[in-house]
Design a protein around this ligand. Structure first.
Ligand code: CA
Length: 233
C-alpha cells in the first residue's frame, strides 16, 4: 500500500493543489482544514508523513506539532510564509523535521517528501536487520542503546527528541571524524535538495546541553573551525 500523507492546511485552493498533486504522485492523501481536525486525524490515521501549515485556525501549526511530536514518529514538514519563523519551526518546542517556505514549487515539496519517506524506509530496513550496527555504543558514562533508541548518561536515561537521537547515533558511528554540516544534514536529515546548516547547529547545541559536562566548553561534540563537527566520544 502506498504511503499516507496528511495535509493540514486551511486555505482551500492550496489544500486542493497539494492533495491533487500528491495523489498524482501515487500517495494516499487525507486533508484537514484546521488544527483541531488535524490533531484528530493525525492521531487516528497514523499518517506516514504530515504536511503542516503554520497559520491555521483553532490551533496553529506550532501548537499542533508540539502536541503531536511526542506521540508520533512520522516526519512533520511545515509550511511557513516567514523566514523569522524558521528557528521556531525546527526549534525544540515545536520539533518539526523540516520546513518549506511559501511560496514553493510542487516539485520542491515532492522532492522533500520523497527524501523523508526514503530515509524512513532506510531506517526501518536497518532496524529490521541490525546486523550492521552494534547493539550499543559506550563512550565513558554515555551509553547509546541502538535497539531501544535509548541513551543513558551516568546510568540515567536522557530524553532525546528523535532527531537528537539520530544525530547522536550518527556521531557515534563516525567518531573522531570531521563531519561537515552539509554531510550531517544529508545523512541525518536526508536533505539532498536543500540544505540549511542552522538545523545542524541548533541540534548540536541541544545535544551538548544534554551530554556535555559543560555545554559552553564542549569536549564531546567539538566544533572544527571551517570544517564542521567532530565527535570525540
Ligand atoms: Ca494557513
Amino acid at each position: 500500500m502506498s504511503e499516507l500523507i496528511l495535509v493540514i492546511e486551511d486555505e482551500p485552493t492550496l489544500r486542493d493543489v497539494l492533495s491533487y498533486n500528491l495523489r498524482k504522485e501515487g500517495y494516499r492523501v487525507e486533508v484537514a482544514a484546521d488544527g483541531a481536525e488535524g490533531l484528530e486525524k493525525a492521531r487516528r490515521l497514523r499518517p506516514d508523513l504530515i504536511v503542516l501549515d503554520v497559520m491555521l485556525p483553532q490551533m496553529d501549526g506550532f501548537e499542533l506539532a508540539r502536541r503531536l511530536r511526542p506521540e508520533i514518529t512520522a516526519p512533520i514538514l511545515m509550511l511557513t510564509a516567514r523566514t523569522d519563523e524558521v528557528d521556531r519551526v525546527v526549534g525544540l518546542e515545536v520539533g518539526a523535521d523540516d520546513y518549506i517556505l511559501k511560496p514553493f514549487s510542487m516539485r520542491e515539496l515532492q522532492a522533500r517528501i520523497k527524501a523523508h519517506l526514503r530515509r524512513l524506509q532506510m531506517l526501518q530496513a536497518s532496524a529490521a536487520s541490525t546486523g550492521s550496527l552494534p547493539r550499543e555504543f559506550v563512550f565513558g558514562n554515555l551509553v547509546i542503546g541502538v535497539e531501544r533508541r535509548e541513551v543513558l548518561l551516568n546510568g540515567q536515561p536522557l530524553h532525546l527528541k528523535p532527531k537528537e537521537y539520530d544525530l547522536l547515533l550518527f556521531f557515534a558511528r563516525h567518531p573522531r571524524r570531521i563531519l561537515s554540516r552539509d554531510y550531517i544534514l544529508e545523512q541525518v536529515w536526508g536533505w539532498q535538495y536543500f540544505g540549511d546548516s542552522r538545523t545542524v547547529d541548533v541540534h548540536v547545541r541541544w545535544l551538548r546541553e544534554k551530554i556535555e559536562p559543560d555545554p559552553s566548553h564542549p569536549v564531546r561534540i567539538v566544533t572544527v573551525r571551517g570544517g564542521g563537527y567532530r565527535f570525540e566520544g
